[in-house]
Design a protein around this ligand. Structure first.
Ligand code: ATP
Ligand code: MG
Length: 326
């Protein structure tokens, strides 16, 4: 699969399908979404990337009329979300984190029902249902009622149901969470095909790889606030500094290594499960020498180190609270 940014061919006909301006929503004292603005274009996948509690679902719910917009405004293919919710519902598809699946119906019946809701003519509907059942391998359980499904099977049906109609705008809230790797790959290519046929896809994800590979444009949010936006290449370029990655020989040395690195004026973030420390080189490559000399002087054994270009992970860590640098 090629990088999403390489595939992207900005063209004058790309229409802005989703416009969000200054969206905000609070729950009590929690400011779930704060002054969020972004666009999503037809024919593109727009990824909302953020950790747990970032405000992704709240944003999707406001855009899909499931939650009232507290302040700010939004439109979907030119239709104002707050003023004309019924009209908006007719041009969108949604797969949410809370399944919209009818427990008493089989997968086939659920898909049929969605097809009828979208008023797809019978012959076309049957074809589409059969195609999706085959493509996403729902065959084994397509004729059993949904209440007997495993978590992953239910999830698959929920997502597939949103793919029935190919509406102008499709919202997918963490579509691949809970799916096995094979189904995830199938879903990626189905989403790509829908976008290539002109659908504006807005998806949320916590997976950097997913945002990187699938999204034409990415909006990073954390604690309800937009931290950055652009193509994944843009985002990586913004964070131009190289990264020194250090593997300490002994995991027990992680804390000591971080202190040593701080001692020479550099920052680091550690992977708590492993032995790696990431040191963004804000002071250029020379800084790596100071860091390595410092570790040596402090008696910390290094198994391995490398200098590398930033990944989207680095951007994400640098811009969200997960980086632990606030
Ligand atoms: N109905 C609600 N009542 C109170 N607080 C809420 C409600 N819905 C969301 N929140 C809070 O708003 C914030 C954003 O939640 P949201 O569900 O939008 O995050 P998210 O990015 O979708 O997270 P996840 O990746 O876990 O799905 C969180 O702090 C959450 O606890
Ligand atoms: Mg969510």
């Amino acid at each position: 699969m090629t990088d999403a940014s390489e595939r992207r061919s900005p063209n004058a006909e790309d229409a802005v399908a989703v416009v969000a301006r200054g969206l905000s929503k609070s729950f009590g004292k929690t400011r779930a979404v704060s002054d969020l603005s972004f666009d999503a274009r037809s024919g593109e996948v727009t990824g909302l990337l953020g950790p747990n509690g970032a405000g992704k679902t709240t944003t999707i719910k406001m855009l899909t009329t499931l939650l009232p917009i507290e302040s700010g405004n939004a439109s979907i293919v030119g239709i104002d979300v707050a003023r004309r919710p019924d009209a908006v519902r007719r041009v969108i598809g949604l797969a949410g984190q809370s399944a919209a699946v009818d427990e008493k119906l089989t997968a086939r019946e659920n898909l049929e029902l969605f097809g009828r809701l979208y008023k797809i003519p019978r012959a076309e509907r049957m074809k589409r249902v059969d195609y999706l059942i085959e493509r996403f391998e729902l065959g084994d359980f397509a004729d059993r009622v949904a209440e007997t499904y495993s978590g992953g099977q239910r999830r698959r049906l929920d997502v597939v149901a949103s793919l029935i109609a190919a509406p102008p705008v499709l919202f997918l809230d963490e579509p691949t969470t809970g799916l096995d790797p094979h189904t995830r790959t199938e879903l990626w290519s189905e989403i790509r095909e829908l976008a290539d046929r002109g659908t504006a896809v807005v998806l949320t994800t916590q997976y950097l790889e997913e945002a990187d590979r699938l999204s034409d444009s990415i909006v990073i949010i954390d604690e309800g606030v937009m931290k950055a936006s652009g193509t994944s290449a843009d985002l990586k370029r913004d964070l131009e500094r190289e990264v020194l990655e250090i593997h300490v020989a002994d995991r027990k040395d992680l804390t000591g290594a971080a202190a040593s690195i701080a001692g020479v004026g550099a920052e680091s973030s550690a992977d708590p499960e492993g032995t790696r420390l990431q040191v963004p080189l804000t002071g250029g490559a020379r800084q790596s020498l100071a860091v390595l000399r410092g570790l040596d002087a402090d008696g910390i054994a290094i198994a391995d180190f490398q200098l590398r270009k930033p990944t989207l992970d680095d951007v994400f860590l640098a811009m969200t609270s997960r980086g632990g640098r606030r």
